[in-house]
Design a protein around this ligand. Sequence first.
Ligand code: SAM
Length: 230
Amino acid sequence: MTGFLYIVATPIGNLEDITLRALRILKEIDLILVEDSRVTKKLLMHYGINKSILTYHQHSPISVKNRIVSELSSGKNLALVSDAGTPGISDPGNELIDFVLQSLPDAKIIPIPGASAISASLSVCGLNVNKFVFLGFLPKKKRKKLFAWFKEGNLSTGSRRGIAFAFYESPKRILKTLDFLQEEFGSDKKVFIARELTKLHESLYRGTIEKVRNILEKERIRGEIVVVVD
Ligand code: SAM
């Protein structure tokens, strides 16, 4: 019988942000697929879990994917984790699932939900995010075209007013990105920025683009960032 492939959410910083079910699955399965073994080993050591691991990431050769399929075919149960948060959200998790399903269409893929930087950000942003679009990492080029979609909505074509958007951004680009958003949407547009969620230097910034930009410009911006735009 084909084994199970569990897609396991892990913490985005604070090691306590992992579910009881995730810990049980990680203890029970045969092999853990990890993005960066150094990152996941810290988590496993913290919870006293000693398991075989195999590195799987964006640049893994086909031989690694074939090995994963063959382990599942032989009945082994596997867990896929990423460096942080929920696999498949802005990382190559779904690419692996697609590959597995091509060889094993009946493979059992089981989600073990938990932390994600996007859901944590939306939950505290204080903006109306009843409807939102998640853009992952913004493309470096053709951003104008992407945002035109939000600007051009009207009632006859289906209004896009009231649809917030969120994306992941690097600290190196955040000021430039805020400048761009200001040009596109005006300096009064409200934004929310989450930096280093659940970590020692967690900081949340709320206000107009202009206000948030001024604050960030004075700080040395480091760490991981999520942006939500009203
Ligand atoms: N799969 C992950 C998830 O569920 O959140 C996201 C992986 S993506 C490769 C990494 C990006 O997520 C970072 O560049 C950052 O934008 C965001 N991120 C991850 N951890 C974060 C944290 N603790 N605080 C803020 N943003 C975070």
